[in-house]
Structure formats: C-alpha cells, structure tokens
Design a protein around this ligand. Structure first.
Ligand code: HEM
Ligand code: HEM
Length: 165
C-alpha cells in the first residue's frame, strides 16, 4: 500500500493503532446506548442515567477517534509504512486496499455520527452500518494477521507490536 516506504512502524504509530482499535471496539459494543440516548432526545423522553453516560461517552470517544486518526494519517503519509514482509503481490494489494478502507471508515463514521447528531437524524441509519462494516473488516484483518504469524511466520504481526525506531 505504501507510496512512502519505511523500515517499520514507530512506537507512536503502534500505540495509535492499538488505542484506536480499543476505542472502536468500545463504540461497537456500547453503540446501542447512543441509539437509545438519541431516540429519547428526539422523542423528548426521559433518558436513563446509563444511556446518558454511555451516550456521552460515545460522543467523546468518537471525537477522540477522529482526532487520533488525523494524527495517524499524517504520520502514515509522511513516515509511510513498511513494505510487505514476505508476500505475493496480490495479498499485498488486498492488504493495502483493506488498510485504506479502514482509514476511510475511521474518518467517515465519526463525521456521519456528528452530522446525524446535529443536522440530519436520518443519517443515523447509515452511521449505524459502522457496526457490521467494522465487524467484517476487523475479522478479516485479524485473521490475516494471525495467518501471517502462525502459518507464514513472516513477522507481520510483530512489527505492529515492536517498534522499529
Ligand atoms: C469511529 C467512531 C464511531 C463508531 C465506530 C460509531 C458506531 C456506532 C454504532 C455501532 C452505533 C449504534 C448502532 C446500533 O447499535 O444499531 C452508533 C450510533 C450512533 N452514533 Fe456513533 N460511532 C462513532 C462515532 C460517533 C460520533 C463522533 C458521533 C457524534 C455525535 C456519533 C453519533 C451517533 C448517533 C447519533 C447514533 C444513533 C444513531 C441512530 O440511532 O439513528 N457516533 N454509532
Ligand atoms: C478496530 C480495529 C482495528 C483497526 C481499525 C485496524 C486498522 C489498521 C490499519 C489502518 C493498518 C494499516 C497501518 C498503516 O500502514 O498505516 C493496520 C495494520 C495492522 N494491523 Fe490493524 N486494525 C485493527 C485491529 C487489529 C487487530 C485485532 C490485529 C491483530 C490481531 C491487527 C493487526 C495489524 C497488523 C499486524 C498490522 C500491520 C500490517 C502490515 O504492516 O502490513 N489490527 N491496522
């Protein structure tokens, strides 16, 4: 995927990768509370303390993801990514497409959430598609990482765990 090539991921790139992964997991697991919080707001109904808390957390966690991903994208474009460890051409291309799909979702999902919250409530349905989209992509991505570490044993997972610089 890389136009810019580097020896490996830096400590900051690795920290950001896992922090964003954890925050996205939180959004997916507790997203439903935001849905209930938002519905109650729209209907003018009472909001339970749990939905109030988790809905607010969803809002700020989503904004944090957007901010962290902006830093990640700048790093990705300036420092680049390491080339494929040991791979065939087609799987490197698939991995590249998957990584840019992740970046596209990581920007589009919080933006659609914000637009739904402040302007077009109807966009909420599109925003909620984040759940299946991330579940499918993360499952494929994690399976690929595990395949690299257990079958190919080519150090691909290791470089997202141990900084190269
Ligand atoms: C990467 C960041 C985000 C992810 C992965 C995410 C994911 C989700 C998920 C999974 C749901 C519930 C879907 C369901 O259970 O049916 C949801 C609902 C919602 N999210 Fe987010 N969200 C993110 C960021 C944001 C941000 C920044 C906002 C801004 C306010 C936001 C606003 C909303 C709203 C308003 C709903 C309710 C939509 C509706 O019920 O129509 N989200 N989100
Ligand atoms: C929401 C969860 C996740 C997201 C959004 C995500 C996103 C990404 C992105 C965008 C990249 C490309 C980095 C770049 O070159 O700029 C990447 C690389 C990587 N991710 Fe994830 N990831 C997630 C979860 C995971 C999990 C659970 C694993 C392991 C089981 C994993 C293992 C890796 C590895 C090994 C790489 C390096 C691949 C390479 O250098 O070719 N990721 N991830």
């Amino acid at each position: 995927m890389s136009q810019v090539s580097s020896r490996g991921y830096s400590a900051l790139q690795i920290a950001l990768h896992w922090a964003v992964a954890a925050l996205v997991l939180f959004q997916i697991v507790f997203g439903e509370s935001m849905e209930e919080f938002f519905d109650a707001l729209e209907e003018g109904e009472a909001i339970s303390p749990q939905n109030q808390f988790l809905g607010t957390a969803h809002y700020w966690t989503g904004l944090a993801i957007l901010g962290l991903v902006a830093i990640r994208l700048m790093l990705r474009l300036s420092a680049g990514a390491p080339g494929a460890a040991a791979d065939t051409n087609w799987s490197t291309k698939v991995a590249g497409v998957m990584h840019w799909l992740f970046y596209a979702l990581l920007v589009a999902v919080p933006l659609s959430g914000l637009l739904a919250f402040y302007h077009w409530a109807d966009l909420g349905d599109l925003h909620a598609l984040a759940k299946p989209a991330f579940v499918v992509l993360v499952a494929l991505h994690a399976m690929a990482a595990l395949y690299h570490s257990t079958v190919l044993k080519d150090g691909t997972l290791r470089r997202m765990l141990v900084p190269a610089r």
